[in-house]
Design a protein around this ligand. Structure first.
Ligand SMILES: [Zn+2]
Length: 449
């Protein structure tokens, strides 16, 4: 009797193992089937080591890459190839965040029921959310300068353009780019995979913290004599700003005022907001992870803490993370999930939940201030026809080099719910240099988007 019991038990155990194993395999198959199918072991989908099926288009069906006899054919238009390199990817797969690498399993037409070649051997079309015309406008606007421009629709989360420079023509990739200074970081999409010193665009974070934590912030008057001594260091402004309201302090980007606010808020509060806004973490854009930035807490009362709230010290921010914050301001506090792959009509009916970054009231206050920045400082006439909300940054990078120029914000023009972040490395003034680049892209958006 005992023996039978024992046998029954071990048979049961074996059966349980079998069921468990099958379930585990099925789960892994469902999760990783696409990756297995597009593995280099599966030579059917490769030609000469390059993926040879599937087509990549922009949001309007403009073909960016398609299968060809010897691997991949890229767009005929050279400027489009240069502008789209980082979203499309290269044949060798060096650009890991490009669609050719990142969306490989979709390109080969993999689906869980049919396996690969679901559509007769040609793979699937991956329609990206980017607009070829905005890609070219952003490429022109950067004019060969290093940096990036990323634009998104803050209602849908669709990335409308993402251009990174330096770039190269995927038809004739540079040999040994890693040894050539002209191509420094060329395999990186700077908009998604890098983090820069933010400079004054970080004042949006300090402002949000001040709005929510300093009760009388709007009734205060700040005095700026052009510099302030903090713990043996001097925080300076470009000029003495005199008496300022909080709104004025952001509009003229007064370092003295924001240094004082940073000390008052304290390191823990500033760090909490940098975390909450996603600057120190990553977000996934259709599986592509954005770069983490950093925020180091300076000691209470220290010049480091003062500088950290001004966007200097050890602060770094990924352009896509900054884009997400201004998207949230534009959308009343919640940031929609970013997308690089166009969604089907069905899935558009059920968009993924937006994530709340800001209280609705804080978003509204920041919006008013960002609009005031434009009328008071950047000059509405420099952005004709745009209903613009923005913040500039001129981020000191040391080493005798020109600062990085940042410009971030959004517009509310009818049919153009677009947010943007632009960085021109060592470009100088944020408002005039990065602002002009953004203006060129948005003018094109008003025409075509
Ligand atoms: Zn000042």
């Amino acid at each position: 009797m005992i023996r039978i019991k024992r046998r029954a038990l071990s048979a049961l155990l074996l059966a349980a193992l079998l069921v468990g194993g099958t379930c585990a395999y099925a789960a892994r198959f469902a999760l990783s089937g696409g990756r297995w199918a597009s593995s280099y072991v599966n030579q059917a989908v490769y030609s000469g080591g390059k993926i040879a099926v599937g087509e990549i288009t922009d949001r309007n069906g403009v073909v960016l890459a398609s299968p060809a006899k010897n691997g991949i054919a890229f767009a005929d238009d050279e400027k489009l190839r240069l502008a789209c390199l980082h979203v499309t990817g290269d044949a060798a797969g060096n650009i890991g965040t490009g669609a050719l690498a990142a969306f490989k399993s979709r390109l080969i037409g993999y689906d869980i029921a049919n396996g690969v070649y679901a559509r007769g051997g040609y793979g699937d079309t991956v329609a990206l959310t980017v607009d070829a015309r905005l890609q070219k406008a952003a490429y022109d606007a950067l004019a060969g300068r290093r940096g990036c421009i990323i634009v998104s629709n803050y209602e849908t989360g669709d990335i409308a353009c993402a251009v990174s420079v330096p770039t190269f023509d995927p038809v004739s990739p540079p040999e040994r780019a890693e040894l050539d200074a002209r191509y420094e970081g060329v395999y990186i999409n700077r908009a998604i995979s890098s983090a820069y010193v933010p400079g004054s665009v970080f004042k949006l974070v300090t402002s949000a913290a001040a709005i929510e934590n300093i009760g009388d912030i709007y009734s205060r008057v700040f005095e700026c004599g052009g510099s302030v001594d903090i713990g043996g260091d001097t925080v300076t402004c470009t000029q003495p700003h005199g008496s300022l309201t909080f709104e004025d302090a952001l509009a003229v980007s007064c370092n003295v005022t924001f240094a004082r606010l940073s000390l008052e808020l304290g390191a823990d509060t500033l760090a909490r907001y940098a975390d909450k806004f996603g600057f120190t973490g990553t977000v996934s854009i259709d599986g592509i992870k954005t770069a983490k930035g950093g925020f180091r807490k300076g000691e209470e009362g220290s010049p480091e803490l003062a500088w950290s709230g001004v966007g200097q010290y050890d602060d770094t921010v990924c352009p896509a993370a900054m884009l997400r914050l201004v998207s949230a301001v534009a959308a009343g506090g919640s940031a929609p999930q970013f997308r690089l792959v166009s969604r089907s009509a069905l899935s558009r009916l059920f968009p993924p939940a937006a994530e709340r970054l800001l209280e609705a009231d804080t978003a509204r206050q920041l919006a008013l201030m960002m609009n005031y920045n434009v009328s008071r400082t950047y000059g509405a006439s420099n952005f004709p026809g745009l209903e613009l909300y923005a913040k500039s940054g001129t981020a000191e990078v040391g080493g005798g080099r020109q600062p990085h120029a940042w410009f971030t914000g959004y517009i509310t023009n009818d049919g153009c719910p677009l947010a943007f972040t632009a960085v021109v490395e060592n470009g100088g003034s944020g408002a005039s240099v990065a602002g002009a680049a953004v203006n060129a892209v948005l003018q094109e958006a008003l025409r075509v988007y």
